[in-house]
Ligand binder design. Structure first.
Ligand SMILES: Cc1ncc(COP(=O)(O)O)c(C=O)c1O
Length: 371
């Protein structure tokens, strides 16, 4: 026993988010942040809150009512969070005693691991299918008496593979009611795969009521391009929303973020977000199709080539395995692009400005098809 202050063992397991030090002139395509400026009209809404910064809280009821209306839910079925990360932590903290299990696929969003450690919960990682999708049978088979949460990102990050509606239905049917099934839809707005299931839209007319243990998590960091403001929300049954809310920092969503969230759910905000999402989807399709055509041509000509899978996120996924770091370095040196390498697995590139995407296509083509 030492007299020196020590931290919990979990500290060694929690990775610290490091802001990328991006050299001058290098394009930022590593955090899945859209490149868009704030929505038209947002700055004025935020400015309107500035005179009230001395007051605790914000216009939360209005923001929650707007979100609830957009999802055809009641306000007590909505919980705002300081980014969806805040809510992921709160979901785990609200049901896990130390040593309880949280199940999720691996590879997926790393934030799940630190969220478990923060609550002394045990992360149980179930390997994804070969294409980076969720292995629903393996997830269900991993559930034990210790399991308290099953977390599923759809589309998954970094593979971009979505959960299909029938897979979601099987999870809903197979996860016991005492276990939270959290569907993390950080990228769901960008999905174009047919049959891909998205929890928030399950709340539409005529859809079945979801069981009490299902929680849908959404963020304003991606489609709404507000990663710097920190706002996300959960949709769930009122009793579950109340339980999660207790483990979230009180008033963690500041007045400016609340106002921004409200604006995103006005007709004007929703229309602007939809336009941007459509642009990203078309651009992602252009990148993937162009690369796929070029790889097919290289294959026909007997040259090197790589597989170009389909992603449903605002990013392109290249499962280049052991060569991930090499491609990452090539993009940085030859195209002045900072992508995200997942060493030994692949490289994720966030769809950004058209000219940067064009450089990405050219550099990946040259790297992949020339000996
Ligand atoms: C799958 C997934 N969930 C949640 C988050 C966290 O988003 P937020 O900025 O809302 O905390 C991310 C961020 O990249 C993510 O990829």
């Amino acid at each position: 026993m030492t007299d020196r202050l020590t931290f919990r063992a979990a500290h060694d397991q929690i990775s610290v988010f490091e802001r990328a030090r991006i050299p001058e002139g290098v394009a930022r395509a590593c955090f899945n942040e859209p490149h868009f400026p704030p929505l038209d009209g947002l700055a004025e809404v935020i400015a309107g809150e500035v005179p009230h910064l001395n007051e605790y809280g914000g216009r939360t009821e209005e923001a929650v009512a707007a979100i609830a209306a957009a999802h055809r839910r009641e306000p007590d079925e909505v919980l705002l969070g300081s980014g969806s990360m805040d809510l992921i932590r709160a979901v785990i903290a609200s049901v896990c005693e130390p040593g309880d299990d949280v199940i999720f696929s691996w590879l997926t969003f790393e934030g799940y691991v630190s969220a478990c450690h923060a609550s002394a919960a045990t992360p149980v990682m179930v390997p994804t299918t070969a294409d980076g999708g969720h292995d629903v049978d393996a997830i269900l088979a991993a559930i034990t008496d210790r399991t308290r949460v099953v977390l599923v990102a759809s589309p998954n990050n970094p593979s971009g593979r979505p959960l299909m509606r029938e897979q979601f239905d099987r999870l809903v049917a197979g996860v016991p009611p005492r276990v939270i099934l959290a569907l993390d839809e950080a990228y769901s707005e960008y999905a174009s795969s047919p049959r891909a299931a998205f929890g928030a839209s399950l709340f539409g007319d005529g859809d079945p009521v979801l069981p009490e243990n299902v929680v849908i998590l959404r963020t304003l960091s991606k489609a709404a391009a507000l990663a710097g403001i920190r706002a996300g929300y959960a949709l769930a049954a009122p009793r579950v929303i109340g339980g999660i809310a207790k483990l979230r920092t009180q008033l963690s969503v500041d007045r400016l973020a609340v106002a921004a969230a409200w604006f995103c759910f006005t007709r004007d905000g929703l229309d602007q977000i939809e336009d941007r999402v459509e642009w990203v989807k078309a651009e992602r399709q252009r990148i993937e199709r162009t690369l796929r055509d070029r790889m097919e041509k290289a294959e026909i000509e007997g040259r090197r080539h790589i597989a170009i899978p389909h992603s449903d996120g605002n990013f392109v996924w290249l499962p280049v395995g052991e060569k991930a770091d090499e491609l990452h370095a090539t993009l940085l040196s030859d195209a002045r692009i900072l992508a995200r390498s997942f060493p030994g697995v692949g490289l994720r590139y966030t769809v950004v400005e058209e000219d940067v995407n064009a450089r990405f296509i050219e550099t990946v083509t040259a790297w992949a098809t020339t000996p």
